[in-house]
Design a protein around this ligand. Structure first.
Ligand code: FAD
Length: 446
């Protein structure tokens, strides 16, 4: 009998701040006991929820269970910076320009964003949690400004609108004098990621999909023509299974030594008091990605998203064990305080209320895994850094594959190469961490 045993289940370090700042977290709903479904989905992030919605669209009679190890929005899908980006955003390049068919990728990213917009409309998700305002690539030095210029040229050659902001424009937007320039692009949607994910899950639940939280899948085994999944709360028999569990695909033995488990870190301030808000100035909501992909992402939100707060995201570590340490979290918190102070010296006294880590899964050759792994088992995994849009797309594609459809999304992932192998450990770990630190150092003020 073919059995896949989980060698580990997710450990989330630091609070899921985006969820913590929202009111009305409903009680978790674990699997009530043994059940039989048509499709079981492991993981309730962007990929898993998108897969469930797509299955429902294609066949409303399907019985579907989403099995989530923790709470909705506790995993990476509720721990990110909330940029749902339509454009090439290649983290391994110097300026985000893609390496391949950028026009094709932009069309697919927009397809994923439109699909997410459909969920917002159908499930009555608060529109503030899905704000199509665009984003700015901020530059803090002449070198970074040159990266922005080359990215702008690339976008213009693709026919993509973009607009340059000067230092004053950046100050008017952010209240910070840190930036020498910025590049505005209109197509990014800014999410309140936990609000969006929780609303998505609640909408699916109301539509009859089983969304089961605190229900880790510890094993699955072939039984007849289908599969039986084991959880601490009961067994789930399913004709088909979609693995939408991000890097934990490898915890079940798939893609061994081919996935790079990178952890990113972020901090969020307290709700800014009135005097700090007055000192800050600028617009009440904005998002600035760094013009150097290894720089610092900053975001300002307002009361409609959970308070007047600023979120700082920087630092990355390569962790094959898939668990961030307390030491790494403390180091990141110190770096975040410094980056925040560099940008907002007038707000030195403002405390960071939350610091957290989250799991990002990459492959060396920047491919995702959205295909049939073996009969009746499909993957919707590996976002390569652009997980809000890409994981949504892998979820859509896995659902379509499971129902035997061929679409632009399934063709895209079918045409991708297999993920390339990583160098043997410990060289891969040491090498990757040195590389990440070097890139962070080179990104300097960005
Ligand atoms: C700090 C940070 C900032 C980021 N910023 C951005 C950004 O601005 N824009 C962007 O596009 N991306 C960003 N990302 C990346 C993005 O968050 C992820 O790529 C995305 O969440 C991946 O979605 P997913 O559904 O594939 O995986 P996940 O969100 O990780 O969901 C997988 C789920 O599977 C569950 N799971 C795992 N194993 C099991 C099991 N055995 N049984 C049951 N459930 C299981 C996990 O608990 C998890 O909830 C950021 C990430 C981090 C950490």
């Amino acid at each position: 009998m073919t059995t896949y045993q989980a060698s580990r289940t997710p450990v989330h370090k630091g609070p899921a701040a985006w969820s913590a700042i929202l009111p009305g977290q409903p009680a978790p709903v674990p699997l009530p006991g043994d059940t039989t479904v048509d499709v079981a989905i492991i993981g309730g992030g962007f990929a898993g929820l998108a897969a469930a919605r797509r299955l429902r669209q294609l066949d409303p009679t399907l019985k579907i269970a989403v099995l989530e190890a923790s709470r909705l929005a506790e995993g990476a899908s509720g721990r990110n910076s909330g940029f749902m980006i339509d454009l090439p955003h290649e983290l391994t390049s110097d300026d985000y320009a893609g390496h391949g068919d950028d026009r094709g990728m932009i069309a697919l990213n927009r397809h994923a964003i439109a699909f997410a917009r459909g969920a917002v409309e159908d499930y009555g998700i608060n529109p503030n949690y899905f704000d199509p305002v665009g984003k700015v690539n901020g530059a803090a030095s002449d070198t970074a400004d040159a990266l922005n210029r080359s990215y702008a040229e690339h976008l213009t050659s693709l026919g993509e609108p973009n607009e340059r902001l000067d230092a004053n424009g950046m100050r008017d937007l952010t209240g910070s004098r840190h930036y020498v320039s910025g590049l505005y692009t209109p197509g990014t949607v800014m999410l309140q990621p936990a609000g969006f994910v929780r609303g998505f899950g609640e909408g699916l639940r109301a539509a009859g999909v089983g969304i089961w939280e605190q229900t880790p899948v510890t094993a699955f085994a072939r039984q007849g023509s289908g599969w039986t999944l084991t959880t601490p709360k009961g067994r789930v028999s399913a004709a088909k299974v979609i693995l939408a569990n991000n890097g934990h695909l490898e915890s079940f033995g798939f893609a061994a030594n081919r996935l790079m488990h990178v952890f990113l870190y972020a901090s969020m301030t307290v709700d800014l008091p009135a005097d700090a808000l007055q000192k800050l100035g600028g617009e009440p909501r904005w998002g600035v990605t760094p013009s150097d992909p290894m720089g610092t992402t900053m975001r300002r939100i307002d009361v409609a998203l959970g308070g007047n707060r600023i979120i700082t995201r920087t630092c990355a570590s390569f962790l094959p064990g898939m668990e961030a340490s307390d030491t790494a979290l403390r180091r990141a918190a110190a770096v975040h305080r410094q980056k925040f102070a560099d940008r907002f010296p007038g707000l030195m006294d403002v405390k960071q209320e939350y610091t957290w880590a989250g799991h990002l899964c990459l492959t060396r050759n920047a491919v995702s895994i959205a295909r049939e792994l073996e009969s009746g088992i499909y993957a919707a995994t590996v976002c390569n850094g652009l997980g809000t849009a890409r994981s949504t797309l892998t979820g859509i594609a896995a659902a379509e594959l499971a129902l035997g459809l061929v679409t632009d999304a399934t063709r895209h992932f079918a045409a991708e190469a297999q993920p390339t192998k990583l160098p043997p450990k410990p060289f891969s770990t040491i090498g990757a961490n040195i590389f990440l630190r070097f890139k962070e150092w080179r990104a300097a003020a960005e």
